[in-house]
Design a protein around this ligand. Sequence first.
Ligand SMILES: [Zn+2]
Length: 261
Amino acid sequence: MPELPEVEFAAQRLREAVLGHTLANAEALHPSQRRHFPPQAQRAVAGQVIARIERRAKVQLVHLGNGAVLEIHFRMTGDWEFTAVADSPPRLERVRFETAQGTRVSLVDGRALSVVRLHAPGAYVPLPAGPEPLTDAFSVEGLRAALGRRRGPIKPVVLDQQVVAGVGNIYASEALWEARIHPATPANTLSRERLARLRDAIRHVLETAPTGRYYARDDVSEREIWRVYGKEGDACRRCGSRIARLTQAGRSTYYCRRCQR
Ligand SMILES: [Zn+2]
């Protein structure tokens, strides 16, 4: 599943490809995409300038010249591909945008679960979400305040979008290993020093994450990328102890029993 670093990278590529372009047409090519992005919405974006492209958590927002907003969720396997309008479209193209400048933006998606939605001018209301982890808004004091009354284990709390926006299951495990914090530690018992370590660790794992197409990384095995995620039974890179797995809130968590306390 594309996580925050992949979605950030996708938004950057989209900006480089079509920011300032004018949409000539849009088409949802798959029935499940048509449900969210029907012909009427497809027609409504034609003629609009792509004024701004932003990422919020794992959502990409394309702000159009008339104030309308295209909201894009890649879900499991979505990604952008860019081609010239004159060239043949890519495989697995589910939604197509073409600009007057001759660029085709294809939302490619093997599983076709991606969602594109058009919000009429003024109608887009952002979901409430915590601070973006890679900005100054994600502070130790803010984290401390958010966790003050949370008695539950820290790992599911890190996944809570109200606490910090866009940290997924893999990065939560990786960050807790980096910060040497046991995933079952009650969130409200973490000292200021440990929260500072956790904040820095979340940033570190997101900043050093491999970007690019998540599902196209055939050449790099996941076991080489991650420190703990998916590595139950492997030796911890820090202490050599075995990586363990537990289930929290229905999700797998990987951690080192010895060096995460
Ligand atoms: Zn260890």
